[in-house]
Write a protein that binds this ligand. Structure first.
Ligand code: ZN
Length: 125
């Protein structure tokens, strides 16, 4: 996954902040969906995580079909999803699904969605 994430960084469109991010969502049936951050001039950019999840949704995957998501930042450090992405993760991932951050050396830090979002905004009862 490390090599794929690293190569994906090259596809990021980030001329404004110059901070490429890549993400790969893995579904329970083993499919992978790629995402990179795509910026634009007015700031309504899309993050790599939401991009990857959206690609899976477009392919027909639904809540509960996801297993994990890998993330890599171009600065080589560990990172976690922004709060907009966390809310989208809450929409489609289960509480125990993994968010895995990969650093420049291929080391991994693993979180569950519940660890990153202990008090989710949730319209369901
Ligand atoms: Zn985000």
């Amino acid at each position: 996954m490390y090599e794929k994430l690293k190569e994906l960084l090259n596809n990021s469109y980030s001329p404004y902040y110059n901070f490429p991010v890549s993400a790969i969502v893995v579904t329970k049936d083993g499919k992978e969906f790629y995402g990179v951050n795509v910026e634009n001039a007015n700031g309504t950019s899309i993050c790599a995580e939401r991009h990857a999840i959206g690609s899976a949704i477009a392919a027909g995957y639904k809540k509960g079909d996801f297993d994990k998501i890998y993330i890599m930042l171009s600065n080589g450090e560990f990172g976690t999803p922004c709060f907009a992405c966390r809310q989208v993760l809450l929409e489609f991932f289960n509480k125990d699904d993994k968010i895995i951050s990969v650093d420049k050396d291929g080391n991994e830090k693993e979180y569950t969605l519940n660890e990153l979002c202990p008090f989710p905004f949730n319209l369901e009862k």
